[in-house]
Design a protein around this ligand. Structure first.
Ligand code: 3PG
Length: 403
């Protein structure tokens, strides 16, 4: 961003791709973390006199306007955080967006409606995506610039993330630059012992990162909904717990190859239904009763996982250990998170990745300064650690069009 600011942005249209995909309860934002993290880049551009056009997505609407996914609450919150007026366009690249972008004066901020209301954003057809990218360019004019700052979405090859960078001089925003720098420390020669904590519900999303990290780390502990597929892979009945049956063979193979590194819970908290007020009890992981479902890891597992974290010098955590949104099933996530805070206070470099884990940190009242870095990227941080090409970042390496 420094380069762009140095080149001068006063009076110039700048398109910023941010990740403002925040959790909502109705129209209430339950965790504004991504908005807060996105604000500095937008503020810096507005203060330098740019006409700032911000584009972002919210959720996964089906390629057409849907009031449930409107960015209206996000625009209001962004305005609060910035202490500036943020206009919201009534469409993505339609008449309202065009008229408003033409009316911008230096330092104004315009947020476009949810970019995924336009089906071309996520199209597999490159020509479609490029057409949308051209429409976006029109909003900032030919002398405009593009700032990629939506770290949480850089793993998506989408029009506003990837294709638009081919059409405008492009720059990494402050958030993208900071995230890449921090995550880079995890991949290039991390200090040992290196412990990774993985949770969350979908084992299929995590297998690639387990495969990539297991040979490189000292400890990899697995909790959350995904641990039941690992238990099932050992022939343990898991009752009504979450299970991705088609993944059991891969989990078994991972346990066989990396058994000395991968650790799964030995006790779990089970419930008779998926509800905040469900009946709950702690049982050995090998004795999940028929008809019950595991919703958290048990206290013995928390204690053992905490032991692995004690003395770690590098820690990466992605995914909650249980259904922390329900108080009865929050102890596992809280206990493991507290162990990471302890490790951090004893000098470990710790990174929290993933919207759910970052939200857990805030909702469970854990100190944000108890972690070295809270990443705004979920899938993006995992793919970064897997060493995958991230379209939203590699697009910035390409030679920029003439400024
Ligand atoms: C996220 O929440 O991880 C990012 O905003 C990306 O959203 P997506 O998974 O719907 O592309």
């Amino acid at each position: 961003l420094e380069d762009l600011l140095a080149a001068g942005v006063e009076g110039r249209g700048v398109l910023v791709r941010s990740d403002l995909n925040v959790p909502l309860d109705g129209a209430t934002i339950t965790d504004p973390g991504r908005i807060v993290a996105s604000a500095p880049t937008i503020a810096a551009l507005a203060e330098a006199g740019a006409k700032v056009v911000v584009t972002a997505h919210l959720g996964r609407p089906k390629g057409e306007p849907d009031p449930k996914f409107s960015l209206a609450p996000v625009a209001a919150k962004l305005g609060d955080v910035l202490g500036r007026n943020v206009q919201l366009a009534g469409d993505v690249v339609g008449q309202d967006a065009l008229a408003r972008s033409e009316g911008l004066t230096d330092g104004d901020i315009l947020l476009l409606e949810n970019i995924r209301f336009d089906p071309r954003e996520t199209s597999k057809d490159e020509a479609q995506r490029q057409a949308l990218a051209r429409d976006l360019v029109e909003l900032v004019g030919d002398d405009g610039a593009f700032v990629s700052d939506g770290f949480g979405v850089v793993h998506r090859k989408q029009a506003s993330v990837y294709d638009v960078a081919k059409l405008l001089p492009h720059y990494a925003g402050n958030l993208v630059a900071a995230e890449v720098e921090v995550l880079g420390k995890l991949t290039s020669d991390p200090e040992r012992p290196y412990a990774v904590v993985l949770g969350g519900s979908k084992v299929s999303d995590k297998l690639a990162v387990i495969e990539a990290l297991a040979p490189k780390v000292d400890t990899l502990v697995i909790g959350g909904g995904m641990c039941f597929t690992f238990l099932a892979a050992q022939g343990i009945p898991v009752g009504n717990s979450l299970l991705e049956e088609s993944m059991t063979e891969t989990c078994k193979d991972l346990l066989e190859r990396f058994g000395d590194v991968i650790h799964i819970p030995q006790d779990v908290v089970v419930a008779d239904s998926f509800a905040a007020d469900a009946e709950a009890k702690t049982v050995p992981a090998t004795e999940i009763p028929d008809g019950w479902m595991g919703l958290d890891i048990g206290p013995e597992s928390v204690a053992r996982f905490a032991q692995y974290l004690t003395g770690a010098k590098t820690v990466f955590w992605n995914g909650p250990m249980g259904v922390f949104e329900f108080e009865k099933f929050a102890a596992g996530t809280k206990g493991v998170a507290e162990a990471i805070v302890e490790a951090t206070r004893s000098g470990a470099f710790s990174v929290v990745g993933g919207g759910d884990s970052a939200a857990a940190v805030r909702l469970l009242g854990l100190p944000e300064d108890g972690f070295s870095h809270i990443s705004t990227g979920g899938g993006a941080s995992l793919e970064y650690l897997e060493g995958k090409d991230l379209p939203g970042i590699s697009a910035l390496d390409d030679t920029a069009p003439e400024a």
